[in-house]
Ligand binder design. Structure first.
Ligand code: BGC
Length: 383
């Protein structure tokens, strides 16, 4: 509950930050940063969006998964803000990770006559029927961040390079522990995403592309033996389950030897691991490397204090702006921005996609990427 209130405050803060951050700071970041350049291009294209008058009072239903994690609150706030700025009416709903609730919310949006649906799914296989209903009613669907599987009712997909997120986490571990050259061995445990989320599978594939050779040659040692996706995935991205798993690993396998690396796929998991490690008596002296994803405010603070090592920064303002071009494409006939027409096969069709670039952030670059990028202010991070 406390978290939700924090989240609500944050969303207000994020909208305020957006107003300041979007478009104003783009040139202040160094030009040699690929992701920043990407963002600068993106800002220009968001400015090219169709003017408000063209929206004609059309209504967009935005179905988001949960408010229990900061990122989705920011995603929803950004989508609403950007669509409203173009003159669209927005019906934004959160389903609190309740699959059936999301189905009903989308049914209600269809019944209320929305002109377009933007869906970040909880369990996309549960949405196949309601998506067919939307198609029948002539309502186009854009998949937001998570691919909508097994449907031909989806027009476009806006996301981050999900395999790239896994590769970035893997490369971070590889570089910081110098896995290619070290004579040390490091213990590692894995905390992967929800099996009903395509992103989780792609992240795992990217991560293991980098780390599997080091598990094979013994540089990385997973004492629980749980390295497969099936053994390490965590339903609905539950922080509590991650904490419990970490506690179990620590008591079951790390009584005599420290855990060196928590390879987690989500900031929420990093918080769970942090709590488990504190409970098991880990201190600064033996604190492990902990990875995450989303660069949530809390995670960024934990990075600054050393309790989390890194996260993957996903600029939700940028994702929203890409998604908005897709909404405009289906409603106004504008050209959407697409940069991938191959990777995202949902079992029925290959969905034309725009992949934003994820960026690894840690103590060394958070100021440049996150603060200079206008995502969080120094004041927010100091609170
Ligand atoms: C998103 C991640 C997020 C996770 C948990 C995934 O689908 O891509 O950014 O951390 O869901 O909410």
């Amino acid at each position: 509950m406390k978290k939700k209130i924090l989240g609500a405050l944050l969303s207000v803060a994020m909208v305020a930050t957006m107003l300041v951050g979007c478009g104003t700071n783009q040139t202040s970041a160094p030009a040699d940063n690929a992701a920043t350049e990407d963002k600068a291009d993106d800002a220009a294209s968001a400015d090219d969006a169709a003017p408000a008058a063209e929206a004609n009072g059309k209504k967009v239903g935005v179905a988001m998964p949960t408010q229990s994690s900061e990122r989705w609150i920011n995603d929803g706030a950004n989508m609403k803000e950007q669509l409203e700025a173009l003159g669209y009416e927005v019906d934004l709903q959160y389903a609190e990770d309740d699959v059936q609730m999301q189905v009903s919310q989308i049914e209600n949006m269809i019944a209320s006559g929305v002109n377009c649906l933007v869906i970040a799914s909880i369990d996309s296989s549960a949405l196949v029927n309601v998506e067919a209903q939307a198609k029948e009613a002539g309502i186009p669907i854009i998949a937001y961040d998570r691919l909508l599987m097994d449907t031909d009712a989806v027009s476009y997909y806006a996301t981050f390079d999900n395999k790239g997120v896994g590769t970035a986490i893997g490369k971070y571990i590889e570089e910081k522990k110098d896995l290619a050259n070290t004579s040390e061995t490091y213990t590692i445990e894995f905390f992967m995403g929800s099996p009903d989320d395509n992103n989780a599978h792609m992240l795992y594939a990217g991560l293991m592309e980098v780390l599997q050779p080091y598990l094979d040659n013994g540089t990385l040692v997973c004492k629980s033996g749980r390295t497969s996706f099936d053994d390490t995935c965590i339903l609905r991205w539950s922080q509590e389950t991650a904490q419990q798993n970490c506690e179990n690993y620590l008591t079951g396998f790390y009584a005599d030897e420290d855990l060196d690396i928590c390879a987690t796929a989500f900031d929420g998991f990093a918080y769970g691991c942090k709590a488990a490690l504190e409970g098991a008596g880990y201190t600064e002296a033996n604190w492990p490397m902990i990875t995450g994803q989303d660069a949530e405010l809390m995670a960024t603070k934990n990075i600054i204090s050393g309790k989390q090592t890194m996260s993957i920064y996903k600029d939700t303002r940028l994702l929203a702006s890409k998604c908005v071009t897709m909404v405009q494409a289906v409603l106004e006939g504008a050209e959407p921005e697409i940069n991938d027409t191959e990777q995202y096969d949902n079992g029925k069709i290959v969905v034309p996609s725009y992949l934003c670039t994820p960026v690894a952030v840690d103590q060394d670059n958070y100021k440049e990427i996150i603060v200079d990028g206008g995502y969080y202010t120094e004041e927010q991070l100091a609170e």
